[in-house]
Design a protein around this ligand. Structure first.
Ligand code: HEC
Ligand code: HEC
Ligand code: HEC
Ligand code: HEC
Ligand code: HEC
Ligand code: HEC
Length: 297
């Protein structure tokens, strides 16, 4: 891929050299006016597709700007990027390279930077499961900033770098502390849990996050694979017993199995002797919901 880009650059260079020589040596044949770009610049399936040229150049668009103008309006080429890339930031809009090109509100994969959409690919993974599209109108389920630093602009430092993967920098809910002195259910005989969220790039796994078990009476050692789909969130995996699927927490939690009796705002009977989540906004929200009220714990 990189080679194609170089070839295209060298075509330009050769053209310039030949143009320069032509002044000196009149007998050199004049090159017919060829397009600056190789064929396929507008065909998504072509190796010469302009998006691929940019991706192969580690997403650097300065080269393009030198001819197409700093604001991509066309400059001396007369060929603007903005008819197709029509958002205020033009091709630097957040959904150009990842997310949904047709919907500026969706800037996260399923479509990753290599145009994959299969959740078993790491760039895609469980984004959709965490950012539930049906909830977009009332705010995203999990904010990007829980797992990434979100760049304010395309050119912000830390966004595109030479690392082969996206950076995972956890904050907020992922690192939420529990059993904090002074909270209603503080238990002095148990430690305060301070999650130290980690992402293992080799295994594609997350560990030590509040959301997946690093909380009071939760499964602190639970590890989840990013590309494992809904398997990563089985009942019992974050609290309780993953083998039986029984979600009853350990530690000093009351041993009664009737979850709905005390957590009525969060769960309801599933009609088969177990419980299912009734209100997702109250589950994994960082607050303990019990006896009809929600609080820090
Ligand atoms: C005729 C329409 C058109 C023009 C003109 C155009 N683009 Fe695109 N561009 C597209 C389409 C369509 C895509 C593919 C979007 C998708 O489906 O992922 C795309 C993709 C891209 C991508 C993302 C590549 C990727 O693999 O994710 C970048 C970056 C980009 N264009 C930059 C530019 C720049 C810079 C210019 C001007 C020099 C430009 N485009 C001109 C239509 C256009
Ligand atoms: C040396 C100057 C030059 C550079 C550098 C350059 N372009 Fe172009 N580009 C042109 C010219 C001139 C045209 C007009 C059509 C032609 O001659 O091919 C054009 C046309 C295009 C088109 C076709 C638009 C259409 O409507 O068909 C796209 C897409 C495009 N360029 C993308 C890019 C991208 C992306 C880059 C950076 C990787 C880039 N160009 C770098 C000069 C340049
Ligand atoms: C629950 C954690 C989590 C959340 C929330 C999250 N991401 Fe990610 N993101 C990841 C992981 C894990 C990867 C894969 C890293 C790897 O191994 O390459 C990733 C990768 C990416 C990539 C790179 C894709 C590629 O092509 O390699 C982009 C872009 C991205 N995320 C954008 C976002 C945006 C934008 C949001 C918010 C709308 C978001 N993410 C929310 C965990 C998350
Ligand atoms: C020209 C392509 C392009 C545009 C435009 C773009 N991104 Fe990205 N983005 C990438 C690539 C490539 C990566 C992943 C790899 C990396 O870190 O180098 C990425 C990664 C990310 C990540 C994962 C964390 C990280 O930095 O690795 C987030 C979050 C993100 N982008 C948000 C945004 C936001 C917000 C915007 C708009 C302000 C934006 N992106 C515009 C190409 C783009
Ligand atoms: C008799 C009332 C009662 C029943 C029944 C009950 N809980 Fe709780 N639950 C509590 C109380 C009280 C706390 C706060 C415990 C603490 O942190 O000291 C709590 C806390 C929790 C927590 C947060 C972690 C913790 O222990 O602080 C989870 C998870 C939880 N319950 C799940 C369940 C599930 C699943 C069931 C059903 C198997 C269930 N609970 C049944 C009263 C109950
Ligand atoms: C992805 C991890 C995860 C899974 C899977 C999970 N829980 Fe939880 N659960 C939590 C966390 C974290 C809390 C701590 C309180 C909070 O943030 O809402 C919690 C708290 C609870 C509570 C206490 C009420 C509350 O939210 O404060 C109940 C009841 C509960 N879970 C039931 C269930 C049931 C039933 C299942 C299976 C259908 C289940 N959970 C699966 C992470 C999980």
């Amino acid at each position: 891929m990189k080679r194609i880009y170089l070839v295209y650059l060298s075509v330009i260079t050769v053209a310039f050299i030949l143009a320069g020589c032509a002044k000196v040596k009149e007998d050199i044949p004049v090159i017919p006016s060829v397009s600056v770009h190789a064929e396929g610049i507008m065909q998504k399936s072509s190796p010469n597709f302009h998006g691929k040229l940019i991706s192969n150049n580690n997403w650097d668009m300065k080269q393009c700007q030198s001819c197409h103008a700093a604001n991509y309006s066309g400059g001396t080429t007369g060929s603007t990027c903005l008819t197709c890339h029509s958002q205020p930031a033009g091709p630097e809009a957040c959904n150009t390279c990842h997310g949904d090109f047709r919907n500026p509100a969706v800037i996260y994969p399923p479509q990753d930077t290599k145009n994959n959409t299969d959740p078993s690919v790491r760039g895609v993974g469980a984004h959709r499961l965490h950012l539930n599209e049906t909830l977009m109108t009332n705010g995203k389920l999990v904010d990007c900033s829980t797992c990434h630093n979100v760049p304010p602009a395309f050119n912000s430092p830390g966004h595109i770098d030479n690392s082969p993967h996206a950076e995972l920098i956890f904050s907020g809910l992922a690192a939420k502390k529990t059993n904090v002195p002074g909270t209603m259910n503080y238990t002095a005989s148990q430690p305060t849990i301070e999650p130290n969220p980690q992402y293992d790039y080799e295994k594609i796994e997350c560990s030590n996050t509040y959301c997946h078990g690093a909380f009071k009476n939760g499964n602190e050692n639970n590890v989840v694979k990013w590309t494992d789909g809904a398997n990563g969130a089985k009942c019992g995996s974050c609290h309780g017993d993953v083998l039986t699927g029984n979600p009853a927490p350990g530690g000093n939690h009351p041993p009664s199995p009737n979850c709905g009796g005390c957590h009525a705002d969060v769960v309801e009977s599933d009609g088969a002797g177990g419980f299912r989540i009734k209100d997702k906004t109250k589950h994994i929200n960082g607050l303990l919901n019990v006896f009809g009220s929600e609080r820090e714990y």
